[in-house]
Write a protein of this length. Structure first.
Length: 94
């Protein structure tokens, strides 16, 4: 998976790509209550990393106004990512 990220983002360091991948895997495992990520979630991992990279570039800014000074920050992933993850989500029993 890391090798594919290197192809998509050759200008980024291996350390940054590894960190983004590790964070995405952790998020998916936590959200879906999984022990490991199945290969069927690879496309979703790529989307998560892509969104994380865009948040880094924009510093989390989702909208901005000038005169009235209104600034909004995004801290969540797109509904498409959650829709994909919900298909793989396991119910946790006590």
């Amino acid at each position: 998976m890391l090798s594919k990220l290197k192809i998509l983002y050759p200008a980024l360091s291996d350390e940054l790509l590894s960190l983004l991948l590790e964070n995405a895997i952790t998020f998916v495992c936590d959200y879906c209550h999984l022990d490991e990520v199945d290969s069927s979630l690879n496309a979703t991992l790529f989307k998560i990393i892509q969104e994380d990279l865009s948040k880094i570039d924009s510093q989390g800014l989702s909208s901005e106004s000038a005169g009235g000074v209104s600034v909004s920050y995004t801290s969540d992933y797109s509904p498409a990512i959650y829709a994909s993850l919900n298909k793989h989500k396991r119910i946790r029993t006590a």
